[in-house]
Write a protein that binds this ligand. Structure first.
Ligand SMILES: Nc1ncnc2c1ncn2[C@@H]1O[C@H](COP(=O)(O)OP(=O)(O)OP(=O)(O)O)[C@@H](O)[C@H]1O
Length: 326
């Protein structure tokens, strides 16, 4: 879908992109980076709206330096900042954008109705945009990016300014752009955590450089660590301790602490050796006559990837993600 090769963009005082080489395939891809990492600059270059200083980039096999107009016909764009006219309705605006993209009047009206229904604005579609909430305005911006049935959409910080519920709804909509319509998505965010649930692939940029590009499952690989939580009983007033001793007696590798899990004091962490570890835990708990509240595999979260980065920027990224409640 997208390929860049040693792509650089230098402004007089700052290098926004620094020899970035990355490939993005079909599906939903997250582009993550702190504010100023170069995400918006990359999107503008990919749309052929801003020339690169060095290097090259292709979108859908088209060279951004010479085929900008053809790219914009096939690619939808949701800009980061508020850019909507307050006095017109969502329908008027989206029909206008569809006509600008070359759709005939009837098709433009039909596609507008379909797209506004998809983004959940069908009921409100005749009200002036000026009276919309931030979440509704973000949906109008998303609708206009989708209305001409592009092959790919570039979404710049679509969850900006949304509360947690609005953010979850927007992430759900983004996921469905690909699953329901087969339109691939490149979505930027400064929050690693929210892309973990939405994207198939994540590209991390920092200071205009590529930090990492890999599938989300690689980022969030299941570890062999099992978290176990049990109840207490009259016979075993400290059920956790009883299970710990019983597992230890059977040679199970017990790990320190609850690893920051909720109710960590009552959570046992063990290293699973395979299916038999699950059976062993089940039997031990049953023999003790106490209840098993949960037994689950711990996953790595994307933000944890950065705890292993020795670069300061990686650590900063992690704090950024955590600090924003990722
Ligand atoms: N037109 C411009 N002139 C000068 N500097 C610019 C220009 N556009 C962007 N920059 C600078 O390039 C760097 C990357 O900016 P960019 O907007 O691409 O970052 P971003 O990752 O999208 O962050 P944000 O989400 O805050 O927009 C920043 O230091 C920014 O100040």
């Amino acid at each position: 879908m997208i390929a860049t090769e040693s792509l650089s963009k230098r402004f007089p005082r700052v290098t926004a992109l620094d020899r970035l080489s990355v490939d993005v395939g079909p599906g939903v891809t997250g582009l993550v980076g702190a504010n100023g990492a170069g995400k918006s600059t990359l999107i503008k270059i990919l749309l052929g709206l801003s020339p690169a200083t060095e290097g090259r980039a292709e979108v859908l096999g088209l060279d951004v330096a010479t085929k900008g107009a053809a790219i914009r016909e096939r690619v939808g764009y949701m800009p980061e900042h508020d850019c909507l006219p307050p006095d017109v309705s969502a329908t008027e605006f989206v029909v206008h954008m569809a006509r600008m993209s070359g759709l005939p009047p009837t098709a433009a009206r039909e596609r507008t109705a379909d797209t506004l229904r998809h983004v959940g604005l069908y009921e409100e579609r005749y009200r002036p945009i000026g009276g919309y909430s931030t979440g509704m305005k973000q949906r109008v911006k998303l609708a206009q990016a989708l209305v001409h049935d592009p092959q790919l959409v570039l979404l710049d910080e679509p969850t900006n300014g949304l509360d947690p519920v609005g953010r979850d709804e927007m992430l759900g909509l983004i996921r469905r752009i690909y699953t329901d319509f087969g339109i691939s998505v490149l979505v930027t965010s400064h929050l690693l955590g929210e892309l973990e649930r939405t994207c198939d692939h994540v590209v991390v940029v920092d200071g205009g450089k590529l930090l990492r590009s890999s599938s989300t499952t690689d980022f969030t690989q299941i570890t062999t660590t099992l978290a176990i939580e049990v109840t207490d009983s009259d016979e075993h007033p400290d059920g956790t301790r009883a299970v710990r001793e019983a597992l230890h007696a059977r040679g199970v590798d017990l790990l320190e602490g609850g690893g920051g899990l909720p109710g960590a004091g009552h959570v046992l962490l063990i290293t699973a050796q395979g299916e038999e570890t699950y059976d062993l835990v089940r039997d031990v708990v049953a023999d003790l006559g106490i209840g098993l509240v949960r037994m689950e595999q711990r996953r790595h979260h994307i933000s944890e990837v950065f705890t292993n980065e020795d670069s300061r920027t990686g650590e900063e990224q992690r704090k950024e993600a955590v600090g924003h409640g990722g």
